[in-house]
Design a protein around this ligand. Structure first.
Ligand SMILES: [Zn+2]
Length: 278
């Protein structure tokens, strides 16, 4: 039986005219001759200048470096393991799966390594530096710079999509995920990093724990991944804090309270939600 090569089943479309784009040596091109070069690092830029405006604080290079440092220590491996479990449970051979907001590529790399199925992996992020990091880790994935609110995919192109601590779009996700396809969403659990918040804030609050508010999707599975992390040195603690959204909304003197902490036991608490496109 002829095995389809990854490039033969590309479902990307041109961000300018929405026609299908196909791979042509070192570029992607549509029938209207809009062309997108594949960078030497292996990714392609599929974002239009006017779609770059939603750049968030999480995309800056310091935040990416903090994430790279912290995640590479495998403190979040139990979360990655549950994503691997979901991929093996819900996806099938030949499926198309997108990491929408891939960041540094840590979770996608884990899924690729742990997948028992033959999946066509895609990764998108608005941060070019994040996509380059992902592209280095995930050689078998098609990685592109793009905006999750304007995904360059055909309608119903995806069998699965994951969204890990990222913004989401009901409209765009329901357009690109086919009927019967799956969305894996990761959000913060109630207790996530409470021990760090106790140090930084006078009145720390529990997180408001919630999944995504979606139409055209049914919630079919939801559980918490909760465990204790032994954060062993100040660099790990600061890296974790700097990759959190709180860091950017907290006063400098409060963030600095973590500078003198060298070891702490801290709860990691994630809400894992699986939605099925109906
Ligand atoms: Zn075009």
């Amino acid at each position: 039986m002829l095995k389809l090569h990854r490039e033969d089943i590309l479902m990307l479309r041109c961000p300018k005219c929405q026609e299908k784009i196909i791979k042509d040596e070192n570029r992607y091109v549509c029938k209207n001759n809009h062309s997108y070069d594949i960078a030497k690092q292996g990714y392609v830029n599929l974002i239009l200048a006017n779609q770059k405006s939603s750049m968030s604080a999480g995309d800056n290079i310091d935040s990416l470096k903090a994430r790279e440092h912290f995640l590479n220590k495998d403190y979040y491996k139990p979360l990655a393991d549950s994503l691997i479990m979901l991929a093996n449970k819900y996806l099938d051979d030949g499926n198309v799966f997108l990491d929408a907001g891939c960041g540094t590529g840590y979770y996608l790399q884990q899924i690729i390594n742990g997948s028992i199925k033959d999946i066509n992996f895609y990764a998108v992020d608005i941060s070019k530096k994040g996509v380059i990091m992902t592209s280095k880790k995930c050689k078998s994935a098609t990685c592109f710079v793009g905006n999750i609110f304007h995904l360059p995919f055909e309608e119903g192109a995806l069998d699965g999509l994951m969204s890990v601590f990222c913004p989401y779009s009901n409209e765009e996700f329901s357009r690109v995920i086919k009927k019967g396809g799956y969305l894996f969403a990761i959000t913060a659990g109630e207790d996530h990093l409470f021990q760090l918040k106790e140090i930084v804030y006078e009145t720390p609050y529990l997180n408001k724990e919630e999944g995504y508010k979606l139409e055209q999707f049914d919630l079919i599975e939801q559980f918490n991944v909760t465990y204790n992390m032994d954060l062993k040195n100040n660099e790990d603690i600061l890296s974790l804090w700097r990759m959190m959204p709180y860091y950017h909304t907290t006063a400098k003197e409060d963030n600095n309270k973590l500078e003198s902490i060298d070891r702490i036991n801290c709860i990691a608490d994630f809400l894992v939600s699986v939605y099925k496109r109906c």
